[in-house]
Design a protein around this ligand. Structure first.
Ligand SMILES: [Zn+2]
Length: 342
């Protein structure tokens, strides 16, 4: 979600959106695009953001969550620019950034296990840290980023395109790998996006989708205070099993699902525990992003947070390893191969 915070949702142009059956049916009884059942179960409710109340409805067939109301692109964009996302491009304190870089090298290692070296596209690439790493390893790197404020601060040495997958039409069978690091949950038209990925991937090419896992221990424990829930920006809420169904339905074979992410999962627990205690939502996260609280109550909560942090962090690490062992990690990385004939 850290990177997801920096990105706009991946949209498609109006003509594509209007032609999409899910969009047409949205106002009526909408069916799940993965399994066809109805979003009839209440998942999380009473989530307030910027004065609006959101809930997550859940598909009774496959457990896919959907943020409701499902805001239109214009409203979401204005929310992005009016909140902390305005400082996209600047991040965490330097030592934390260094640690994140080391951990992210794990992404490269995992990807190279399945993909042969060649062209890679990172959708929602932000500043391009990952792409720079891939370029240094001999990959030909391409990035897509909707947020021009982020792309202006991007790294050198890769082909950065501004826009969404539908704005930038890459040739057929062009890439060895396409990655979405905490971006796919922002995607409004998941099936269209997967079909487009299938078109631009070479036969046998690898697709990586890293998303929060609504089937995780931390999602169940945290309720509406779950750090990785992030409505209204996360539009759909996947689990390992429905993500697998979705990929298989769209011509991909799932090779591996990783249930532990050092970057995302322990912190997901840390912040969710404090959120559950009733502190101002994501107080520590905002503070780490140089957003100090202004009111006395929040400052007192923050002081308590720091005193208790060693214990909560150790507990969270233990819980994250436990949920990973039970294959219900707070976030998942799904590695899938484009099947022959697609
Ligand atoms: Zn479903």
């Amino acid at each position: 979600m850290f990177l997801g915070y920096l990105k706009f949702l991946i949209d498609v142009p109006d003509r594509v959106q209007c032609a999409h059956p899910v969009r047409k049916a949205h106002k009526k009884q909408e069916k799940c695009f993965i399994c066809g059942a109805a979003f009839s179960r209440q998942g999380f409710s009473g989530i307030r953001f910027e004065g609006t109340e959101f809930k997550v409805l859940v598909c009774e067939g496959c457990g896919l969550g959907k943020t409701t109301p499902f805001l239109d692109e214009k409203t979401l964009k204005s929310m992005y620019s009016s909140t902390y996302r305005e400082e996209a491009g600047t991040r965490f304190p330097a030592p934390l950034e260094k640690l994140i870089r080391v951990v992210r090298d794990g992404r490269r290692r995992a990807l190279e296990r399945y993909a042969s070296k060649g062209r890679i596209l990172d959708v929602g690439c932000g500043r391009g840290d990952f792409l720079q790493m891939m370029r240094d390893r001999g990959w030909e790197a391409f990035g897509l980023e909707l947020d021009s404020r982020v792309s202006q601060k991007s790294k050198e040495g890769f082909d950065l395109r501004s826009g969404s997958l539908s704005d930038v039409r890459f040739p057929d069978s062009y890439f060895e790998a396409v990655t979405f690091w905490h971006v796919f949950e922002h995607v409004k038209e998941p099936e269209w996006t997967l079909k487009e990925c299938s078109r631009i991937l070479k036969p046998g090419g690898i697709l990586v989708l890293a998303v929060p896992n609504m089937g995780s221990l931390q999602a169940r424990f945290s309720g509406k205070g779950w750090f990785h829930l992030d409505p209204p920006f996360h539009l759909y809420h996947y689990s390992a099993s429905n993500m697998k169904k979705l990929l298989e339905k769209n011509g991909f074979e799932v090779l591996k699902v990783r249930h532990f992410s050092f970057e995302y999962n322990p912190y997901g627990f840390v912040q969710s525990i404090y959120n559950r205690m009733g502190f101002k939502s994501n107080l520590l996260y905002d503070f780490l992003r140089s957003r100090a609280p202004k009111d006395a109550g929040s400052m007192a909560s923050l002081a308590f947070t720091f005193v208790s942090l060693p214990i909560v962090a150790a507990l969270s690490m233990g819980l994250s390893l436990t949920e990973a062992a039970f294959r219900s990690g707070g976030t998942i990385e799904v590695y899938a191969r484009k099947k022959a004939g697609n």
